[in-house]
Ligand binder design. Structure first.
Ligand code: BG6
Length: 512
């Protein structure tokens, strides 16, 4: 059998002496294989890994879903998803390799017969592909189905564990909808899988630029001295999306921006920005530092003053009129779900006491941008007679997560020809300008890490709990409000209440 790992892999630079991290033999089983995530991200990521030579010869991919498909039908679906969404070039020989290990099991989660077939399918693949009896189960399904699937796996002995093999489960957020439900969910998962076998996906942690934050902070000497309350005035973490909720009302309505992305992506970004340097990048060390900082974080209890929420109304975006949230298909007309959420988080430790971290996430913003901005205090004294200090901005270090991946430094410079007029300018590092390799997709990195059993980029349950502890009081407060979230027109930067929230502290949101 020919493996994916070839010395002539065209995507590898022959001068590159780093050892590639290649997964060992295994089967990846995806539940919810007919969903959007699977089509747009998971299946293309599996192909991209194969194409980069990072999957072993002994690899199998099993889809499980209700559709009445056979292996060929499923293979066609994977093929189309790959053609449409893969990052790397389509190569027939790679596809042929992958195809040999593709299987489909049709059935519902309550069908005993389907789970028996799943077990025999995996056993057959184990033999045919030499997968070594190692299995990863990817639950790309609503959390309400986790319990049923996990108990079916257990009852039908699908994992088939022995001491020389591994079984892992991958779960996608939302990890519950509050602290209590997160604990219940964890309990359900732990019935079959022990904590080290559980891989919680927060795809932001798989993004190259998020990992670059660690390089920026800990591989350089120049930033650390200013990375604290002595120099930083406040931190703004923004995740703005220009899209609305599209066809996702079933998921989004009742969830809202805070549960959808602040609880996970933005609080993880906060943890990476604010944590102390881990002694190593081993999972336990990294998690310890993230956990410490999340445990010290809280939203100040005057929630009316330090949080804001909004809901988009019809408006102009990208030159066309788009409808408001309440008019979206499947949204209840009196929905209180927020599509804009902003919270202030204070971190009670020596490094950050007195430095507000403002987190905002929203749909239907003027543009798509995710960034972390450390806004520095103003210079204490300006010796230039003609300069009006009020017109000077504040120095800022901005880590641009997407879409223009890079880092920007903002500072004052002299305007040419004038006496001593200072104006803000930017100095940019752009990923694409410095590196020729394109960044792998977050899901490529994370799926590979699951197959390798490499846990640093996966939040553990304790972090999930701490994030809910930060957010729960805010969500309870919002739920107690009789009014709907404040309106903002699609294509604008959010409701007036969010502007006021920062103005109370003497700050303003950046316009990225
Ligand atoms: C997901 C959210 O986690 O992240 C979506 O559920 C959001 O609502 C998406 O659109 C954004 O991901 P990215 O990688 O495009 O920033």
């Amino acid at each position: 059998m020919v493996g994916f790992v070839t010395s002539s892999n065209p995507l590898r630079d022959p001068r590159d002496r780093r050892l590639p991290r290649i997964a060992g033999p295994c089967v990846l089983v995806i539940f919810g294989v007919t969903g959007d995530l699977s089509r747009k991200k998971l299946m293309p990521a599996v192909y991209d890994l194969a194409n980069r030579g990072l999957l072993p010869a002994g690899f199998g991919l099993v889809g499980f879903a209700r559709r009445d498909w056979d292996d060929e039908d499923f293979a066609r679906v994977v093929h189309d998803a790959v053609k449409e969404n893969a990052r790397t070039r389509f190569r027939e020989e790679v596809w042929e390799q992958l195809l040999e290990g593709i299987r489909f099991v049709s059935g519902t989660f309550d069908s005993d017969e389907a789970f028996d077939r799943l077990r025999t399918t995996i056993e057959e693949l184990d033999r045919a592909r030499g997968t070594g009896g190692n299995h990863a189960f990817y639950l790309s399904i609503p959390p309400s189905n986790f319990e049923q699937v996990v108990s079916q796996l257990k009852r039908h002995d699908v994992t088939g564990e022995s001491k020389d093999t591994w079984n892992r489960v991958v779960i996608e957020k939302p990890f519950g909808h509050n602290l209590e439900s997160a604990r219940e969910l964890n309990h359900v998962i732990n019935q079959l899988f022990s904590p080290h076998e559980v891989f919680r996906i927060d795809h932001y942690l798989g993004k190259e630029t998020v990992q670059n934050m660690l390089a920026l902070r800990f591989a350089n000497q120049m930033f650390e001295p200013i990375w604290n309350r002595n120099y930083v005035s406040h931190v703004e973490i923004t995740m703005a999306e220009d899209i609305g909720i599209g066809g996702r009302a079933g998921y989004y309505d009742g969830i809202g921006a805070a549960r959808d992305v602040i609880q996970n992506h933005l609080l993880q970004l906060l943890a990476l920005t604010a944590m102390e340097e881990p002694t190593s990048f081993e999972a336990s060390q990294l998690r310890t530092e993230k956990t410490k900082v999340l445990a010290a974080a809280q939203v100040p209890t005057n929630y009316a003053a330090h949080t804001a929420r909004g809901q988009y109304t019809a408006g102009w975006q990208g030159g066309r009129l788009v409808r408001g949230y309440l008019e979206e298909d499947g949204v209840s007309p009196d929905s209180h779900t927020e599509t804009y959420a902003a919270i202030r988080v204070d971190i009670d430790n020596r490094r950050w006491a007195g430095v507000p971290f403002y987190l905002r996430a929203a749909k239907r913003m003027p543009r798509r941008v995710t960034e972390i901005a450390l806004v520095l205090k103003q210079a204490p004294h300006l010796p230039f007679p003609t300069t009006d200090a009020d017109v000077l901005g504040q120095n800022a270090l901005v880590m641009r997560i997407q879409p223009d991946e890079g880092v920007t430094l903002r500072f004052g410079a002299k305007v040419p020809g004038t006496q001593m007029e200072i104006r803000d300018v930017s100095m940019d590092f752009v990923y694409g300008g410095s590196f020729t390799e394109s960044s792998p997709e977050a899901y490529e990195r994370l799926i590979l890490d699951v197959l390798l059993g490499d846990p640093p980029l996966f939040p553990q349950h304790e972090e999930v709990e701490l994030a809910w502890k930060i957010l729960d009081p805010v969500l309870d407060f919002w739920a107690s409000l009789p009014a709907q979230p404040d309106p903002y027109a699609a294509g604008t930067w959010g409701p007036a209440s969010a502007v006021e929230m920062l103005a109370r502290d003497g700050n303003t949101w950046r316009r990225p």
